[in-house]
Design a protein around this ligand. Structure first.
Ligand SMILES: *Cc1c(COP(=O)(O)O)cnc(C)c1O
Length: 229
């Protein structure tokens, strides 16, 4: 685990330096959705503090036994009726993609006496079932979210379309980066554009080149080679 995490951190650093940034400007979220508890403990022992989960039940299984100091990022499609179970467990919801979810997050966060940080998920494919907001609907949603006192939008998240070539992936990242930069100049008071979460195991180097400040890496950390840890 230590070698694998170190290798990922080094390639993040290389990519950051290559785009004139420091590695501290990029947050590594270790996506533990297919990891065992044992692997998560090993990663924590190596100093990894940010983890990502895409299902409420799996998140709850892990938070039930893993210490509070870990930061959990919710990165999957979130059903409104699951919000109440996870609201006091997550440090950020990265998959905010509709007003009804924003309302529920705000309501439950208020009840829990907290403010929940969130990212708006930009949808880059034609399949509404995969979650996310089409790029042209991001700004209106951002404006609507700004009225909620217990929700803070802090940036954008995206997933490059499955199975597309490197050029298309880079075009997608560039598109989201320019939306991010555009929104920075017109962000409502209650929101900010600081976090650009894009890049997974196979495309994080490209994502960093295109301005990612947060990468979400699962298989490259937890399943780099079958049978090895
Ligand atoms: C699973 C997942 C990741 C990590 O994917 P890997 O290819 O395993 O690195 C990142 N983001 C989201 C939204 C995911 O669901």
């Amino acid at each position: 685990m230590r070698e694998v995490l170190e290798a990922v951190r080094q390639s993040i650093e290389q990519a950051a330096l290559g785009s004139g940034r420091r590695s501290e400007e990029i947050t590594l979220v270790a996506v533990s959705k297919f990891a065992t508890l044992e692997q998560v403990y090993q990663a924590i022992a190596c100093g990894q503090m940010d983890f990502g989960e895409n299902r409420a039940d799996k998140l709850l299984e892990k938070t039930a036994v893993i210490s509070d100091s870990v930061r959990w990022h919710f990165i999957g499609q979130l059903q409104t009726n699951k919000v109440k179970y996870i609201i006091d467990k997550v440090s950020m919801v990265q998959s905010l993609d509709r007003l009804s979810l924003a309302k529920e997050l705000d309501k439950r966060a208020a009840k829990a006496g907290r403010v929940v940080p969130a990212l708006l998920e930009v949808r880059l494919n034609d399949n509404p079932e995969r979650g996310g907001v089409p790029p042209e609907e991001v700004e209106p949603l951002l404006e609507q979210c700004a009225s909620f006192a217990h929700l803070r939008v802090q940036g954008l998240m995206c997933v490059a379309p499955l199975g597309c070539d490197a050029k298309t992936t880079e075009d997608c990242f560039e598109r989201v980066r320019s939306l991010f930069e555009h929104l920075k100049t017109r962000c409502p008071d209650n929101a900010s554009m600081q976090v650009l979460s894009m890049g997974m195991s196979h495309d994080y180097v490209a994502a960093i080149r295109h301005g990612a400040t947060m990468v979400r890496i699962g298989s490259a950390i937890f399943a780099p080679q079958q049978g090895k840890s």
